[in-house]
Design a protein around this ligand. Structure first.
Ligand code: HEM
Length: 162
């Protein structure tokens, strides 16, 4: 039988808070980009290595999406800036799959919470976001030019409570 992590949960936490907040997301994305650097084809897209600045910006993005502070919108140019970084990259289906698989692998390496609800929420966005990134990265793609930074939640499976 699954046991509750909190016996009396008054309010559903954000995915960001449940995951451990910014330090946990940074630890995860550091583990992820280390794996990317070991994959020559993926690493090539980033110029061989993934800078600390890039890791920091992407952490800010993920934290905002998962219900943390809206700092990517406030300080990093929001959706439009993220979109601009992916345009023209021509991400192949194979590279997308490797990217999303490494995100899942890195979540284990970084010891993010392993409960199915958290991992499903995290990887649900990873699957959605990588598919959009792949589409938007194709030369001549019809992209959505303006949008808010997405806000992801628990979907149909919030943290388990008996
Ligand atoms: C959930 C999916 C994804 C998210 C949330 C995401 C997020 C981001 C963000 C926020 C940036 C801009 C960082 C900044 O502000 O400096 C960025 C850049 C970049 N992303 Fe993604 N990304 C995703 C999928 C992908 C995929 C599938 C690939 C390739 C396989 C990719 C390759 C890149 C590259 C190469 C850059 C940097 C491009 C440059 O330096 O101009 N991303 N990503």
């Amino acid at each position: 039988m699954r046991r509750p992590i909190f016996s009396a949960m008054t309010e559903t936490p954000t995915v960001h808070d449940w995951g451990g907040g910014r330090p946990a997301f940074r630890r995860w994305l550091d583990a992820f980009y280390d794996l990317v650097e070991d994959d020559p084809e993926l690493a090539r897209l980033f110029g061989g290595t993934v800078s600390a600045e890039h890791r920091d910006h992407v952490t800010t993005w993920w934290c905002e999406v998962m219900g943390g502070p809206a700092d990517y919108t406030a300080h990093h140019g929001g959706y439009e800036h993220m979109l601009a970084h992916h345009r023209g990259l021509a991400i192949t289906p194979e590279l997308r799959l490797r990217f999303v698989t490494l995100l899942s692998k890195a979540a284990d390496l970084a010891e993010l919470p392993a409960d199915p609800e958290f991992r499903a929420a995290l990887m649900g966005y990873a699957e959605w976001g990588t598919r959009l990134a792949q589409q938007n990265s194709q030369p001549g793609a019809a992209v959505v030019e303006h949008a808010p930074v997405p806000c992801w939640g628990w979907g149909v499976a919030p943290p388990y409570q008996p």
